[in-house]
Write a protein that binds this ligand. Structure first.
Ligand code: COA
Length: 156
């Protein structure tokens, strides 16, 4: 556990790709992003990719997208992954805190995300961070795998 370890949140580098892909496969099975997709995200100018490091090891990451719709800029929490053995030690909260901070700095006032309806851990994390539930997303992930959209108004 990380309770007494210091955690650093940094911008992800392309060199982190293997570590991020390893954690992604640990976190998701059929829905895991491919290595190519993570590489694309790491290079995307609209993406904010952050890693959490403890003792020089990457223990989790988050990717947010900054999306422009006309005059409105919104943040989209695209994925958040914490390595199994480092869960429940506040890593997810820290990653989300830092992403929201960067969203605000970049002019984002509203943050959105989608989550599997049966993903209790993630839904609790988002609820704790002030996200409220919007509409259900039927078959969003695959047939029978429903999602839920959540939203938070960000404040400085
Ligand atoms: C969801 C996830 C990112 C949470 O990361 P984490 O570092 O373990 O979360 P934290 O330790 O910061 O937890 C913060 C709060 O979230 C809630 N939470 C986290 N895991 C939980 C669980 N298994 N059950 C219930 N609540 C949970 C709790 O309220 C917790 O606060 P507490 O520990 O004081 O009770 C992690 O479980 C994960 O990587 N899951 C697999 C990938 C995934 O599903 N990502 C989300 C996609 S939408």
């Amino acid at each position: 556990m990380l309770f007494k370890m210091s955690l650093k949140i940094e911008h992800a580098k392309f060199n982190d790709l293997d570590a991020l892909h390893r954690i992604e496969r640990e976190c998701f099975t059929s829905e895991a992003f491919t290595k190519e997709h993570i590489a694309y995200l790491l290079e995307s100018p609209n993406a904010v990719s952050l890693v959490a490091e403890a003792n020089h090891e990457i223990v989790g990451f988050i990717v947010g997208m900054i999306e422009n719709y006309g005059r409105t800029t919104v943040g989209h929490v695209y994925t958040i992954d914490v390595a199994f053995k480092h869960r429940r030690a506040g890593v997810g909260l820290r990653l989300l805190d830092e992403l929201e901070h960067i969203f605000l700095e970049r002019g984002v006032k509203t943050s959105y995300l989608e989550v599997r309806i049966d993903n209790k851990a993630a839904r609790e994390l988002y609820r704790k961070k002030g996200y409220t539930e919007l509409e259900p997303l039927e078959n969003f992930y695959a047939k029978g795998r429903h999602g839920l959209r959540m939203k938070k108004e960000l404040k400085k």
